[in-house]
Design a protein around this ligand. Structure first.
Ligand SMILES: *Cc1c(COP(=O)(O)O)cnc(C)c1O
Length: 423
């Protein structure tokens, strides 16, 4: 049986392995539900980015929000990555994981003054600024620290990334970025502000993008702007082309990172911008197919219209299906001799939106361990405690090695910050 996504995930005989580890064994030892990531798979996903950009001034900034476990950040820090963060919480994680603040880019549409201050004090490389109002506040904060904030403006190129509306960010109606028409004027203003030093330009058009063409369209719009901004007397050092490269969840065929970057470099060179430093902010494409969510089958509930396979992981553990109606592959970690039937795989949470997969042909029995595939990105980072459910444990594997990188939350963890009213 072929599985989408990762060459590190494969059946050996009847059992599913991630790297050199039999997945069903992990649930026996560490309980369920359980996130498991492969360090080798993450590094293998990073390699084509680094390879395609070698010989050029560049920085690959891993987008922390895709999977922010300290061990994941440490893995990318040791591989030379910078980080794309969207909060001071993510900054603290990067620093705790040994990341280099001078390789950190601070994105996001709603930074607070306190977050700006912390980031300036930590010495981040650049703020991706998303509005004039934010830029004015950032200038004030930096000036009050006798400092200057290095800034890229995130421009909104108004291109359709062809992805789900909730993860499309480069269209006019989105809350993100500065409108194309206002960009030159905003750069002129930036150059006059006492606490701002302009260093680059940034765009990020969406997530789970499976074609090259929206990137090329956005690149052309950004290059037009770079030329106009420099003609207006404001030099632009680096170009940040964002993240967003899609992965294979089922039958998508996104370009590889080499392919995408190769096509972008061709266009950049053809337009005479080959000397410019390039920044990318990939998240999902570095971690998505490096992880699975393991979950035990509690009960089978056959019915006339629908048959339900009730598992012990729910929308609180993995929100993508409930939030985006996202398709995620689901397979049994042990192929027995039961025959396949069609099931809706659902969790225990009291919501009809609590499903992980619909109409899936699965040979399954109570007690089996299922693997939800491609769960390394936007899985654990979106998990909640809804229904007072502790979040899953996380493991990292590398070869035969297995490390617990986050322990399972206990119920007392969940209410330890709460207080009863006085008697
Ligand atoms: C979410 C995000 C990314 C990463 O997107 P992926 O689709 O996971 O690659 C990069 N940059 C910014 C600004 C983001 O918000």
């Amino acid at each position: 049986m072929t599985l989408p996504g990762s060459p590190f995930l494969a059946y050996r005989g009847p059992d599913l392995f991630l790297d050199e580890v039999r997945l069903s064994d992990l649930v026996r030892q560490h309980g369920s539900p359980l996130y498991v990531y492969s360090r080798r798979a993450m590094l293998a996903a990073l390699a084509p980015y680094q390879h395609a950009l070698s010989g050029r001034a560049h920085l690959v900034c891993y987008a922390v929000k895709a999977n922010s476990n300290l061990a994941v950040l440490q893995t990318f820090a040791q591989a030379g990555c910078g980080f794309d963060i969207v909060s001071s919480g993510e900054l603290a994680r990067v620093l705790a994981a040994g990341g280099d603040p001078s390789k950190v880019i601070f994105s996001g549409v709603g930074k607070t003054r306190a977050e700006m201050r912390e980031a300036i004090e930590a010495g981040v490389r650049c703020f991706n600024v998303e509005s004039t109002a934010e830029m004015e506040v950032l200038s004030e904060v930096a000036a009050s620290l006798q400092s200057k904030a290095r800034v890229s403006l995130r421009v909104n190129p108004d291109v359709d990334a062809g992805t789900h509306p909730y993860i499309s960010t480069g269209l006019k109606g989105n809350k993100f970025g500065i409108a194309h028409e206002l960009a030159v004027e905003t750069y002129r203003r930036a150059a006059t502000l006492p606490g701002i030093e302009v260093v680059g330009i940034d765009c990020h058009i969406g997530s789970q993008i499976t074609e090259v063409s929206p990137y090329l369209d956005a690149l052309d719009r950004v290059l037009d702007l770079v030329e106009a901004i420099e003609a207006a007397g404001v030099p632009i050092h680096h170009m940040d082309l964002g993240g967003g490269l899609g992965i294979t969840y089922t039958d998508e065929t996104p370009p590889t990172a080499d392919e995408l970057i190769g096509r972008l470099l061709e266009r950049i060179d053809a337009r005479g911008h080959g000397q410019r430093e390039l920044v990318f902010e990939p998240g999902r494409s570095l971690v998505g197919n490096a992880g699975v969510l393991l979950t035990e089958v509690l009960f089978l509930k056959p019915g006339e219209q629908k048959s339900f396979c009730v598992v012990d992981a729910g929308m609180n553990d993995l929100m993508r299906p409930a939030l985006y109606e996202a398709y995620m592959g689901i397979v049994n970690t042990h192929q027995g001799d039961t025959t396949a039937q069609v099931w809706d795989v659902v969790g225990p949470v009291c919501e009809s939106g609590d499903w992980l997969g619909r109409d899936r042909a699965l040979a399954v029995q109570a007690g089996d361990v299922l693997a939800v595939l491609s769960a390394g990105a936007y899985g654990m980072t979106m998990a909640s405690n809804y229904n007072t459910r502790g979040r899953a444990a996380e493991l990292m594997v590398d070869g035969h090695q297995v490390w617990v990188i986050r322990e399972r939350e206990t119920v007392t963890d969940l209410f330890k910050l709460e207080h009863r009213l006085p008697a």
